[in-house]
Design a protein around this ligand. Structure first.
Ligand code: 5AD
Length: 347
């Protein structure tokens, strides 16, 4: 698919044409990765973050948010719960937290790999190559690092530099791949300053990087962040601006499936926030084949406040699992078993 065709699809507001795109993605999803929905248990390890990304609710400058960090034993308990619920993989996510040292993360990964059959995905931000190499060595299978936007000027405005290291996430994703990880990237839909052209380029970048996983969610303005307070402070509002709504997100998701037919695509929590009733089910019907139920202990879950009104804040892992079972049944899909790597397994 060429850029012009992607742009035509993104720009259309004809409901029939939009639905046609979602349906085509659903067919391509079925043909390439089947009906199994792979379940990744999400563990939000720490909400400490050294970065100051202008849209993110756990940015370092936010003073009113209590900070937490799970102990290693708490993370292991989440892993065992994932096994108990029949999940095949675990995502360990955190802000960019220097207290999650190379040695500490490596030790936790080693324990999970020794004590469970889970595939382990890390999502710990932009860390040194020596860190990610050590974690790979310890047994981590995948690394998630959304590039957020392919527009370098917009990226630079939204991501103040940290230290001297330049931030180039596409380059880092390529290095992670060379270290032997399956790699996941992705972007937000409807970021202030984004255009349809940006989104088309985001999609083409997913293809150029040959991503194994692509996370796509709507941008959710957070009043505790500079961008949430004043979206126009950083970019002039464009006439050609995609909406941060469910329909646009579904179209981007569908296009990701058409461009990257074998990739693992989650129906994201953020999609469930903009459309609490049917967002996640619609995602599964528009190209997605992955869901990521939250296994973070309920007591701290609300503190992992990357955006407001995150769905199921108060749900226990068991309640979330019941919701998940209902979602799969209603969607006519089955739960995948095993690690669910790219192109991995027929179930
Ligand atoms: N709205 C939507 N998504 C957000 N993320 C961070 N802040 C927001 C927000 N305000 C996403 C980013 C990040 C992922 C963990 O959460 O894409 O990579």
């Amino acid at each position: 698919m060429q850029r012009e065709e992607i742009l035509r699809w993104l720009r259309t507001d004809d409901p029939a044409r939009q639905a046609d795109g979602w349906r085509r993605a659903d067919e391509v999803r079925r043909a390439h990765v089947g009906d199994a929905v792979h379940v990744r248990g999400l563990v939000e390890w720490s909400n400490h973050c050294r970065r100051a990304c202008l849209y993110c609710g756990i940015r370092a400058e936010r003073a009113d948010l209590a900070r937490y960090r799970l102990t290693d034993d708490e993370v292991l308990a989440c892993a065992r719960r994932a096994v108990g619920l029949g999940y095949g993989s675990l995502v360990l996510q955190a802000g960019e937290d220097p207290a999650l040292t190379r040695a500490r993360v490596a030790a936790v990964v080693r324990r999970i790999k020794r004590e469970t059959p889970l595939a382990v995905t890390l999502s710990l931000g932009e860390r040194d190559d020596a860190d990610t190499a050590a974690w790979r060595e310890a047994g981590a299978d995948r690394y998630l690092l959304r590039f957020e936007t392919s527009d370098r000027a917009l990226y630079a405005r939204l991501h103040p530099a940290w230290g001297a290291a330049p931030s180039d996430r596409p380059a880092q994703l390529r290095r992670l791949r060379a270290q032997g990880y399956e790699i996941g990237g992705g972007m937000m839909v409807g970021l202030p300053g984004q255009t349809f052209e940006t989104l088309a380029d985001d999609l083409l970048l997913c293809r150029a990087l040959d991503l194994d996983m692509i996370g796509v969610g709507p941008y959710l303005p957070d009043p505790h962040t500079p961008l949430g307070v004043d979206p126009t402070a950083f970019s002039a509002p464009g006439a050609d601006a995609p909406k941060a709504d469910a329909r646009t997100t579904l179209t981007v998701l569908a296009l990701a499936r058409l461009l990257c037919p074998d990739a693992n695509l989650p129906s994201t929590t953020a999609l469930g926030v903009v459309d609490p009733d049917t967002g996640r089910a619609d995602g599964l019907a528009s190209g997605a084949n992955v869901v990521m139920p939250n296994l973070t202990p309920a007591g701290v879950r609300a503190l992992y406040a990357i955006y407001p009104a995150k769905a199921s804040w108060r749900e226990t892992a068991e309640a979330a699992d019941a919701t998940l079972a209902a979602l799969l049944a209603a969607s006519g899909r089955t739960m995948g078993h095993g690690p669910g790597g790219r192109g991995g397994g027929s179930d």
